[in-house]
Design a protein around this ligand. Structure first.
Ligand SMILES: CC(C)(COP(=O)(O)OP(=O)(O)OC[C@H]1O[C@@H](n2cnc3c(N)ncnc32)[C@H](O)[C@@H]1OP(=O)(O)O)[C@@H](O)C(=O)NCCC(=O)NCCS
Length: 181
């Protein structure tokens, strides 16, 4: 069955090839991909994404943990999230949600489950994530997930003929386990 994480309202599960139209529904939306390094996708790019992700599922040791964000109530695929091993115990987290589901706390719920999985089950020491400084929703997700802002990287990402800044957020395993207010 592969990896599956449950939260109160979500099931984070492995992608299957049949998921590509649901992926395309958000990955082709320029509003969704505005601050991403990729997109908006054409159909071939969304199919290619799903194929690449499926090829990573069987790799040992696993370096890319891409999971579909689905609603527990009806199984609908509403986004994607993942942890990517960059070094032995360091991972990068990413996420993306269909626009119709923004601002309902879903990605914070998914990110919290991913961090718990990374630290408790996979032995990561540090997880970081970046976002465009204009992407206030993404920065807020990282803050709500307990991540600390570590820096502002100037002209970190080149997209559509422009250099873009990124904010860097991170959390360590012992910070994740520390009691929170
Ligand atoms: C960014 C994104 C992941 C957030 O997911 P989400 O499920 O809507 O996030 P949540 O509902 O858990 O939290 C969003 C928070 O940001 C806040 N927020 C959203 N837009 C905001 C804005 N324009 N200004 C200020 N705060 C904003 C919300 O109010 C909420 O905070 P609160 O709970 O304190 O009120 C989602 O909008 C998305 O997928 N965007 C497109 C892809 C993307 O940018 N991915 C991240 C790349 S780094």
């Amino acid at each position: 069955m592969g990896l599956q994480l449950q939260t109160q309202r979500l099931v984070l599960r492995e992608f299957a090839y049949e998921d590509w139209p649901a992926v395309h529904a958000y990955a082709s939306d320029p509003e969704v991909t505005r601050y991403m390094s990729w997109g908006p996708n054409d159909e071939a790019a969304s199919q290619g994404f799903v194929k690449t992700v499926i090829a990573q599922q069987g790799k040992l040791p696993r370096t890319a943990y891409d999971l579909a964000i689905t609603l527990k109530i009806n199984g609908q695929l509403i986004g994607g999230c993942g942890i990517y091993r960059r070094r032995l115990q360091e991972g990068e987290m990413g996420y993306c949600l269909h626009r119709a589901y923004w601002n309902k706390g879903y990605v914070t719920e998914a990110a919290t489950a991913l961090l718990e999985f990374a630290f408790s089950q996979e032995g990561f020491h540090r997880i970081y994530a970046t976002c465009d400084p204009r992407n206030l929703g993404s920065a807020r997700v990282m803050e709500k997930s307990g991540m600390r802002r570590e820096g502002h990287m100037k002209e970190h990402l080149y997209k559509d003929g422009q250099w873009r800044d990124s904010l860097l957020y991170a959390i360590l395993d012992w910070e994740w386990r520390a009691p929170r207010e």
